[in-house]
Design a protein around this ligand. Structure first.
Ligand code: ADP
Ligand code: MG
Length: 286
């Protein structure tokens, strides 16, 4: 059996866009291989901030003495400390990012001058003809599932937004990676298509023992597909103003059989749904 590993271990991370104004604080968080992790929380709670910090996209992490951010790409590799990532040489930095991560954004970021198939193939970086053939077959197979009967050779802009979003899923899953990071990737898909895309993502995570972190507003999609749900809460400060978003072990829920366990609770699906809905609601009424 494949061993599941803690691919990312974060302790005492504070993210801020302006000095002295924290946007997100993470006490303790592990992202595991073999798991589909969903990030939920009200608008402005710090979901994108978390994803961008994990994906080494923005330099928001504040350096504090007890902060640590460890990344372990595979079972056999040793963990790399990423606290000083932004001081690394630029080539080493981009190699680390491109080898480890694959991304899906809300906007699908396609190359406008080429076809759907070419867009999906571009990031797979095949080094031999055989690899190219394999990538072609893999992409065609995924496209058959997510877009049955759709011809893939038309220029990318000839497809609908929903179709391009599904191409973005396929492109991200086909690219060699250890961790997929996706920010609202199903925003413009109907529920059936969103579920199909999630099912495919989960199949890749399980088969390749990779990790996926998906930011989503869709609680139903999260409860149905996630192995782990991170709820970002945004409490009020002493003055009654919304404080930084917070991730504590008590708001990270992992599914064990039919229960959702955090550091201090064990909830049914219905109870977890109520906890999430209440957290979103409390912010809306602020
Ligand atoms: P979410 O994705 O959950 O909606 P974000 O991570 O985008 O939330 O935002 C979290 C907090 O950080 C919000 O208060 C937001 O205003 C702030 N924020 C996000 N991006 C920036 C930025 N580029 N500059 C300044 N503040 C930002
Ligand atoms: Mg966001």
């Amino acid at each position: 059996m494949t061993n599941l590993i803690d691919m990312i271990e974060v302790n005492n991370l504070t993210c801020e866009y302006a000095p002295g104004t924290p946007a997100l604080s993470v006490h303790e968080l592990n992202i595991r291989s073999g798991e589909l992790t969903f990030v939920v929380g009200a608008s402005g709670s710090g979901k994108s901030t978390l994803l961008e910090a994990l994906g080494l996209m923005t330099e928001t992490a504040r350096s504090t003495p007890d902060y640590s951010f460890k990344l372990k790409p595979t079972e056999d590799s040793s963990a790399v400390e990423l606290c000083d990532y932004w001081q690394w040489d630029a080539t080493k930095r981009s190699a680390m990012r491109s080898q480890f991560f694959s991304f899906i954004f809300q906007q699908e970021n396609m190359f406008k001058s080429v076809s759907a198939m070419e867009n999906m193939l571009l990031t797979t970086l095949q080094s031999s003809e055989r690899e190219e053939q394999e990538a072609n077959e893999r992409i065609a197979e995924m496209a058959q599932t997510l877009l049955p009967g759709v011809v893939l050779t038309k220029p990318i802009m000839a497809y609908s937004g929903g179709q391009r979003q599904r191409f973005a899923f396929i492109r991200a899953l086909a690219k060699p990676h250890r961790m997929l990071l996706a920010d609202e990737p199903t925003g413009n898909l109907d529920p059936l298509k969103a579920q199909e895309a999630m099912g495919m993502t989960k199949a890749v995570v399980k088969e390749k023992n990779t990790a996926a972190v998906i930011v989503s507003h869709d609680i139903q999609l999260a409860l149905k597909n996630a192995d782990c749900i991170i709820l970002i809460e945004k409490p009020l400060d002493a003055g009654g103003e919304p404080a930084a978003g917070q991730i504590e072990p008590s708001t990270v829920f992992r599914k064990k059989q039919d229960k959702w366990k955090s550091s201090n609770s064990e909830l049914t699906e219905k109870q977890l749904r109520a906890v999430i809905e209440q957290s979103l609601q409390s912010l809306h009424t602020q």
